[in-house]
Design a protein around this ligand. Structure first.
Ligand code: NOJ
Length: 560
């Protein structure tokens, strides 16, 4: 192991970053996406609106901030933007506690602004994907407030999972279900009944066997498709339907009482019919270890795509990555769905930090405060991983700030907001470290995020060196690498959806071709690797050795 640096969040001594080598000079406007099925090979940029850019200067990112920066996204070269929830919400779980799907939270803007944003983005050739959270609502949603007021046995309570408790006086929760966050899954209300919440108590679960729940969500889908969105991300997509008797959970006994119930597919078939009317697409948040069960969600009459969390969680190891890539392609092939490739999102440790640690896998259970991190190493690997990811067959998700190589930030305890931290009893640092407001302009207050108002989460003191203006001037920056890679990926036949074939390579080296002419090589071994013979080096994530070999933790795209 190279020397480990202090924990994420300590100012990294940012050494000269490696140089992106571009031998072919390509300029001019981006050509349109290659296929009609744009989602089969799109690059989709995830915007966390609260932290993207603050247009009104109140310390919270908003839609005005996104609208002002659409040229930035267009220049980056993304095909679509996925917005994490922007609806009316008490923001107990960062907006995944929705109080009204048809209203934009005033902290972010108005419905009128959202409509303008969708059409302005389209003018830049950027499609919009919204986030729907069907498993649960906010406890402030009118339905839940009505259920509380109406009392036990009422039709209003039937939209949720209300039950009497167990024990002599109903003082014990109705079952033993584990939470998706740590902590309880049942909360007792003053009249003695309990309600189910797989996440925080402020996120009561909906009862998906209730026809009104289904109708309401179908209507919400239409509401957003009517406003011109191109797709919908489905939150917690495998959790909606529960075993009707809500039986206790027993480790190792199948089927699980609330994960991946067979009945769930019926919901997605009806959703697909709606999406098809609008030419819309779905991407499901489906965390399932069983690849056959996972692929069921991607049958031709269900979801178009689902996030590839196995790839996201995979350690920086050639054999493990190769196996994950093979498994991914094998599980998608029978249902003819394109794979997605994801390195991080708003729930997980930022890529440069994860790859700079001794354990380069991602696992919610092992997140801890103060994990030693070598950010220089992590950044080098993240650059190589970017070229690997963008060369694989299918679509790619990019989380805001990934293109800047932002590290996971240490958040002072007094400023942590994430319920995952509190529900763990304070042992889990939570997810705020990857949600810190973006740095735009190095010399401005709070790196140009908004105004001089303190942002909702504090930015580390070293944030200015990652600012967009600094990186735009630096041809060796992470931003320059992403801009070039996205442009080449769009212009060069063979990237995106389509076949790939592994090429012979030394131990610890991944090499594959996308067409006879196009090759990607990633060196995860400890020594420089000889590149296969090629006519042109299109792009490398760092400088080659003097004798033209590919150093450790470096990737290259070649034209043969
Ligand atoms: C998954 C989302 O990505 C996460 O941020 C949220 O906390 C849970 N689902 C609950 O909605």
């Amino acid at each position: 192991m190279p020397p480990l640096w202090p924990a994420a969040g300590s100012p990294p001594a940012r050494k000269e970053p490696p140089v992106a080598v571009v031998e072919s000079s390509r300029t001019g406007d981006l050509p349109p996406s290659r296929t009609d099925d744009w989602w089969r090979d799109a690059v989709i940029y995830q915007v966390y609106p609260r932290s993207f850019a603050d247009g009104d200067g109140d310390g919270t990112g908003d839609l005005a901030g996104v609208r002002a920066n659409l040229p930035y996204l267009a220049q980056l070269g993304v095909d679509a933007v996925w917005f994490t929830p922007w609806y009316l919400s008490p923001l107990v779980d960062g907006g995944y506690d929705v109080a009204d799907y048809r209203t934009i939270d005033p902290a972010f803007g108005t419905l009128d602004e959202a409509e303008k944003l969708i059409s302005e983005a389209a003018e830049f050739g950027i499609r919009t994907i919204v986030d729907i959270v069907p498993n649960h609502l906010s406890d402030q949603h009118a339905w839940f407030q009505a259920a509380l007021a109406a009392g036990p046995g009422s039709p209003e309570r039937e939209r949720f999972h209300f039950r009497p408790g167990r024990g002599e006086n109903g003082e014990l929760p109705p079952n033993n279900w584990p939470s998706q966050f740590s902590g309880d899954t049942w909360t007792r209300v003053p009249d003695g009944e309990w309600y189910l919440h797989l996440f925080a108590p402020e996120q009561p679960d909906l009862n998906w066997s209730h026809p009104e729940v289904r109708r309401e969500h179908e209507d919400v889908l239409r509401f957003w498709f009517e406003r011109g969105v191109a797709g919908v991300r489905i939150d917690s997509a495998a959790l909606l339907t529960k075993h009707p008797e809500l039986p206790d959970f027993t480790e190792g006994v199948d089927p699980h009482p609330y994960i991946d119930q067979d009945e769930i597919h019926d919901i997605y078939r009806s959703w697909r019919a709606i999406a098809d009317e609008y030419d819309g697409i779905f991407v499901g948040e489906v965390w399932l270890p069983d690849s056959e069960r996972f692929a069921r969600y991607l049958r031709p009459d269900e979801l178009h795509t689902a996030f590839n969390f196995n790839f996201l969680a995979c350690p920086w190891d050639a054999d493990r990555l190769r196996r994950t890539i093979d498994d991914t392609l094998a599980e998608h092939a029978p249902v003819k769905a394109p794979a997605t490739w994801v390195l991080c999102n708003h729930d997980v440790t930022r890529t440069v930090t994860r790859y700079g640690r001794e354990d380069t896998a991602f696992d919610f259970d092992t997140k801890a405060f103060g994990t030693p991190t070598d950010l220089e190493l992590g950044t080098r690997r993240a650059r190589a991983a970017a070229l690997l990811t963008l060369a694989l067959p299918g679509s790619v998700y990019l989380y805001q700030g990934e293109e800047l190589g932002l590290p996971e930030a240490d958040i002072p305890l007094s400023r942590i907001e994430d319920p995952m931290h509190f529900r763990s009893g304070g042992t889990d640092p939570g997810r705020d470290g990857c949600r810190v407001p973006l740095p735009w302009v190095s010399g401005e207050p709070h790196s140009g995020f908004g105004s001089d108002t303190e942002p909702w989460l504090p930015q580390p003191a070293y944030w200015p060196q990652y600012a967009v203006d600094v990186q735009s001037e630096d041809p060796a920056s992470m931003l320059a690498l992403y801009r070039t890679a996205l442009r080449l990926r769009r212009e060069t036949p063979g990237f995106g959806d389509g076949p790939m074939a592994w090429l012979p390579a030394d131990n610890g080296v991944l090499a594959f071709s996308r067409t006879d002419a196009l090759v990607c090589v990633v060196n995860l071994s400890g020594t420089p690797a000889t590149l296969p013979s090629h006519a042109e080096l299109l792009l490398a994530s760092g400088p080659l050795t003097e004798d033209g070999r590919l150093p450790s933790d470096t990737a290259a795209w070649l034209r043969r």
